[in-house]
Design a protein around this ligand. Structure first.
Ligand code: C2E
Ligand code: CA
Ligand code: CA
Length: 846
């Protein structure tokens, strides 16, 4: 029992497994595959149906024959028929075996053989009817059998395959044709036309034949019905296949669309990823930028809560870390700052309400914090109600700007206002002066400042200028302004004057305070001041006018002998214009030959013989007549024209002297300005060469001022000239202020004692003493001495007795044109002690 159950369970399991796999397979297969399977099933089932139908027909017909055996003498069931029908039934069984199941492939060749055999068996049956019953055309039984043959062919349609139909059909048709041909051959053409009636031997046979024919018809109908039904099913499946294909195409389209969408989606995702990467990169950069900003930055939301801020912001307001976290309120931050004294404005409350007011428009403000810093705050509203602020500590920048602004208007050394600043103040002072009030502008420069610079150095010079500035500040009232307007030039704007006398008081104070010696690093330096004053609005109502007029007054003060002050006078302006005109005339004069040299004899005091002449320049101006060198030489020195003029003098003097008997010499005056020409030495050499004059016959007269300015270079030039043999004389000795020092500096050949000592020699004992001392000193140093400006016999005697070696002056002669000199003095080969010369009344001297 148990064994049986086991086998049953096993079988069930196997079946279910098989079913499952079959079902699964079918379900998973595409429709085309399923159609294929269906077709194969139809093949198998068709084959089986053919086998069963054929077998059934064979059995039925066999039974029919056996029943009909007991007929009316007709041998219905002869052995051939039985054999054929048994063979057909056997064939059908064989066919059934070959069409084993739906999974197996059909053995088409074997089946084809069976088909041929089936048709052949029927042909055997028909042949049997045809000949066994003695009727040439097969008798009455041939017809139903042939119907069965048709059914046999039609049955093959169950296979949905033309091959079995054709196999059976061709075999049947060929067999049939053969049998007919045999019958005709055997019985003649009448065989197929003979009447059936003769052969209707038995009703039973007839009935059998009818049954056979009905059977064949039924089989035919059944086969056709089944075949068409199956065909319909397959076709409907195929139609489904179309739908399926359509839906497949639709699905394909959808799939493609979906794919496209997916691609787009993926691209979008990739794009998003890139954006994300970019964004994070940007955020990084933003963070770096934020932290490296020189400004503090803070961003607030609409609720005044901090969104973000940078370190600089925290540093600026010294905020602790907890106050720079996102979410902290502005109020908290401001409160903390107020608590720590870092706020601006009148009161903490005001500051709080100012800072926490909603930001609706962009604003730029500067907050002067209570700790002294200045913070520039720029607030910009953002979309959504928040805002962003930047904070920049501009304290240093402001200071720097203030410094620059100060520097632009002040002198660096003394920190006094500069010229531009002074001009402004002067302008203001003039504009704001009340009725009846005057404004004075004092312009002055330091006398002998250059000397301090040269002797003590530039640093000392700078210190002196600073001290001057300090002293000046002390001299003026608060409302007045002191300015430095040039190297050693200063100016004072004096306001609210009652009258010009107030300006005089100020100028005197300035002269006095600057005249007081300065102590510069232990050295005493004394300078002086010359002051020019212009009064506004009398002398002008613009700053330029006033400054220019004060300058003119200063010029006058200086030319009037320094250490003094002068008010501007309208005449000064005219004089200045005249000066300008003369400057132009000077240049023209040289080209037009308006200059001549006059010569004044120099006489040896001991021998009374003329030793040479001093060349003195004269200018015959076409309109103004004779102009004194005292008038134009300083001007030429000032504007540099002296260089050209001096060259002409040197060349002219050398040429003239070359015509004189040797060893008569010529003395030429040199201005300090001429030493600025570095070619001076070569010019002199060239002049000597051109004239053919021995260097020893040329004497150059210089004043101390040559040694004051640029002394090293000038000394070098002098030494060079002296080496050539040219004589060097120190002119106007004693009129300067530190003459003695210069005697040590350079080995002069001669000193010329200034006219002022000679003039006073008779009246003043001190003048005489000075002359004596100077002569003694010069003698001691091996230098000759010339007394200048000897006008009287007494003076001559005095200078002679005090030890001078040479004299010059009106006593002998004034400076005269060269021909006169030659006529009066040189024709007699030198002696100058002629009575007429000695009385100082030469014929032409007038
Ligand atoms: P300096 O070199 O001292 O010339 C002597 C001046 O004294 C001359 O005046 C002369 O005429 C004048 N003089 C001579 N004897 C007497 C006298 O007995 N009594 C009086 N009261 N005066 C006398 P001058 O010619 O007017 O020259 C004035 C100055 O012009 C000169 O003074 C000299 O420094 C300058 N100078 C003249 N010619 C030249 C020149 O060619 N070149 C340069 N660089 N300077 C010159
Ligand atoms: Ca001279
Ligand atoms: Ca002189």
């Amino acid at each position: 029992m148990a064994l049986l159950q086991n086998i049953k369970a096993l079988g069930e399991r196997a079946i279910s497994l098989l079913q499952a796999s079959f079902r699964d397979e079918r379900q998973t297969l595409p429709l085309a595959g399923r159609l294929q399977i269906k077709l194969h099933e139809h093949d198998v089932y068709g084959e089986r149906a053919i086998a069963i139908a054929q077998g059934a027909i064979a059995c039925f017909v066999l039974a029919l024959h056996l029943i009909a055996q007991t007929g009316d003498g007709v041998r219905f069931a002869n052995p051939w028929v039985v054999l054929a029908l048994v063979a057909l039934a056997t064939n059908s069984l064989l066919r059934l075996r070959l069409a084993k199941g739906p999974a197996a492939r059909l053995p088409e060749r074997a089946l084809a053989v069976l088909n041929v055999l089936d048709a052949a068996i029927f042909l055997v049956l028909i042949w049997n009817y045809q000949f066994a019953y003695g009727h040439p055309a097969g008798g009455v039984l041939k017809a139903p059998s042939s119907s069965l043959l048709f059914a046999l062919v039609a049955m093959r349609a169950l296979r949905f395959d033309p091959r079995p139909v054709l196999t059976v059909g061709v075999t049947a048709v060929a067999g049939w044709a053969l049998l007919t041909a045999l019958a005709v051959a055997h019985d003649g053409p009448g065989a197929i036309t003979r009447s059936y009636a003769d052969y209707l031997a038995s009703h039973r046979v007839l009935l059998g034949a009818e049954v056979e024919r009905l059977t064949a018809l039924t089989a035919l109908i059944a086969c056709l019905a089944v075949a068409t039904h199956k065909a319909r099913r397959l076709l409907s499946m195929a139609a489904h296949a179309d739908d399926y294909a359509e839906s497949l195409r639709a699905a394909q389209r959808h799939l493609e669309e979906a794919n496209e969408a997916r691609r787009k989606f993926e691209a979008t995702v990739a794009e998003l990823d890139r954006h994300k990467a970019d964004l994070s990169e940007q955020i990084k950069r933003f963070d770096v930028a934020l932290e490296n900003m020189s400004q503090g930055l803070a961003m607030y939301d609409a609720n005044q809560r901090l969104l973000v801020c940078n370190k600089k912001f925290a540093q600026l307001y010294r905020l602790p870390p907890e106050l720079i976290q996102p979410g902290v309120t502005l109020r908290q931050i401001v409160a903390y700052r107020i608590a720590n004294g870092i706020y601006a404005g009148a009161s903490p409350e005001e500051y709080m309400s100012e800072r926490t007011a909603p930001v609706v428009a962009a604003s730029d403000t500067v907050h002067e914090l209570s700790d002294g810093r200045a913070i520039a705050i720029a607030r910009r509203p953002m979309a959504g109600g928040g805002w962003v602020t930047t904070h920049e500590d501009i304290t240093e920048r402001r200071r720097a700007e203030a410094r620059i602004a100060h520097m632009a208007r002040h002198d660096v050394l003394t920190d006094l206002p500069n010229r531009a600043c002074l001009a402004e103040r002067l302008e203001q002072a003039v504009a704001c002066a009340k009725r009846g009030e005057l404004v004075a502008i004092h312009v002055f420069d330091l006398d002998r400042f250059k000397c301090v610079n040269d002797t003590l150095g530039h640093l000392a010079g700078d210190k002196l200028l600073k001290c001057v500035g300090e002293r000046l500040r002390a001299v003026v009232r608060e409302t007045d302004s002191v300015a430095r307007i040039g190297g050693d030039e200063f100016a004072i704007v004096q306001v609210a004057l009652k009258g010009p006398a107030d300006a005089s008081v100020m100028a005197e104070r300035v002269i006095e305070t600057i005249g007081t010696p300065f102590d510069i690093d232990g050295h005493q330096a004394s300078v002086g001041a010359s002051v020019g004053i212009a009064i506004g609005p009398i002398d002008g109502d613009t700053s330029e006018q006033l400054m220019r007029n004060a300058d003119l007054a200063l010029y006058r003060a200086k030319s009037d002998g320094r250490g003094t002050y002068r008010f501007f006078e309208a005449a000064m302006d005219a004089q200045m214009r005249a000066r300008r005109a003369m400057e132009a005339d000077l240049r023209k004069g040289l080209t037009n030959g308006e200059f001549v040299l006059h010569y004044q004899p120099l006489v040896d005091l001991n021998t009374n013989e003329i030793t040479g002449c001093e060349a003195l320049i004269r200018w015959f101006h076409p309109e103004r007549g004779l102009v004194s060198p005292a008038e134009f030489v300083p001007l030429a020195e000032e504007n540099g024209f002296i260089v050209a003029l001096g060259e002409w003098v040197i060349r002219q003097a050398c040429l003239t002297a070359a015509g004189w008997p040797a060893p008569l010499k010529v003395s030429v005056n040199l201005s300090p300005a001429q030493f600025r020409n570095t070619q001076l030495a070569s010019l002199i050499v060239s002049a000597l060469g051109a004239a053919g004059l021995a260097p020893e016959r040329l004497e150059l007269e210089i004043t101390e001022s040559v040694l004051l300015a640029n002394s090293e270079a000038n000394l070098a030039t002098l030494t060079q000239l002296r080496t050539l043999g040219v004589k060097i004389a120190l002119d106007d000795f004693g009129s300067g202020y530190s003459s003695l020092a210069y005697l040590q500096k350079f080995p002069f050949d001669r000193i010329k004692i200034d006219r002022c000592f000679v003039r006073d020699i008779g009246a003043s004992a001190s003048a005489r003493n000075i002359v004596r001392a100077m002569a003694a000193m010069a003698n001691g140093l091996g230098m000759a001495t010339t007394a200048e400006g000897v006008e009287t016999e007494e003076q001559r005697a005095a200078v002679l007795s005090e030890g001078c070696s040479e004299m010059q002056g009106y006593l002998i002669s004034r400076a005269l044109p060269a021909p006169e000199i030659e006529r009066l003095f040189l024709r007699r080969a030198g002696p100058a002690n002629s009575p007429s010369a000695a009385t100082g009344k030469p014929a032409t001297a007038a």
